[in-house]
Each structure stands twice: as structure tokens, then as C-alpha cells.
Write a protein that binds this ligand. Sequence first.
Ligand code: FMN
Length: 190
Amino acid sequence: MSGKRRKRRVDIALKIRAGPPIFPANFTPSMSPPNESERFRKAMRSVPTGVTVVTSVKDGEPRGMTVSAFAPVSADPPLVLVCVNREARSYLYISHSRIFCVNVLDSDQRDLAEHFAGKVRDRQFERIAYETAATGAPVLPGALAHFDCEVDVEHHAGSHSIFVGRVVALGARDGAPLGYFDGAFRDFGL
Ligand SMILES: Cc1cc2nc3c(=O)[nH]c(=O)nc-3n(C[C@H](O)[C@H](O)[C@H](O)COP(=O)(O)O)c2cc1C
């Protein structure tokens, strides 16, 4: 191969290996990824939600965590979803046992929301009254509703897993929900 041709090949190979630029040409610091996630978190403060405690059990040990990312998926068959950070202790419980129960909190259950959002290492249910759902997961008495689920499918999505649960048992009663908005628990006055 002539020297000229070889040089051209090397030039092309370098271009391919370099790939597209990591940042677009009009990159400014406000578009950097860390800033984006901060803007995302800030925007999410404007989204009002209910508050749930998602419970599970592994090797006879109950576990729960406060979760606002809960939504209905389908009525027939009855499916719901929750988004759980894979760094949370509860993640291991749900992914191992393949069951969870969503407890929708009443406005007077703020203390439970705070307890299950804390980093309690062991014996998390030591001072918490609970009943046992059909799946074996804890049901919190006084909750507005509960949805006892078997995991239908798990989707990895960024830092979280979306668990779609098939509802095997449920309960609901009248009352006012606990809300969360702008970084604080709220009584939506419903
Ligand atoms: C109002 C509120 C809502 C939350 N929603 C979620 C959620 O949807 N998903 C999630 O993974 N963590 C959520 N968290 C954070 C967990 O409750 C928290 O990380 C918990 O300590 C995890 O506990 P664990 O690591 O002991 O399982 C929320 C916290 C609060 C206060």
C-alpha cells in the first residue's frame, strides 16, 4: 500500500474511533448532566403525590419503605406499579421474595411515612403494629387502601426498578390521604 493511501486509512480510522462529540457544539455549563438532574428534581417538587409504604418480607423478616412512585396500570387484570431505588434495602426484599404490598397512607399516618423513609437498619417493624397480607407482606392498619401483589415483571429504569405487581388481594376504606408536595408532607384537605 502506498504511503499516501495508508495515511488516509489511518485518518479515517481515527475519525471513527473518536465518535461523535460527548457534548453538543452549543454546550453551556447549564446543560451539564449533573445540572440536568438537579433541574429534574426541582421540577418534580411541583408534582403533588400521595404517599405509600411498600412492604415486603424475606426469610420471615418484614421490611417497608416510603414510596410516592405508585400508580395503577390495569384493572383487568389488576396491575399496579411501584418504582424502587435498587440501592434501597427494600429492593433486595422485593426482588428476592417477588411479593410486595402497597399501603396508601391516611393523612394521620405522617409518622409512618417518616419512619419508613428513614435508614433503619434492623428490626424496622419492632414498634409498628401490622397484619399479614395473603402474600405474607405486612399490611399497616389504618391505611386508606392496600394492594397486595405478586411481582409480574421488573423493568430496570436508570437507578430504579419498576415493579409491576399483579394484585392478589386488596382493601380500601373512606378517609383522607396523606399528600407530598414541594418536599413536605401535606394534608390536601380532601
Ligand atoms: C415522600 C417520599 C417519597 C419517596 N418515594 C420513593 C420512591 O417512590 N421510590 C424510592 O425508591 N424511594 C422513595 N423514597 C425514599 C425511600 O423512602 C428511602 O430511601 C428509604 O429510606 C429507603 O429505605 P431502605 O434503604 O431502608 O429500604 C421516598 C421518600 C419520601 C420521604
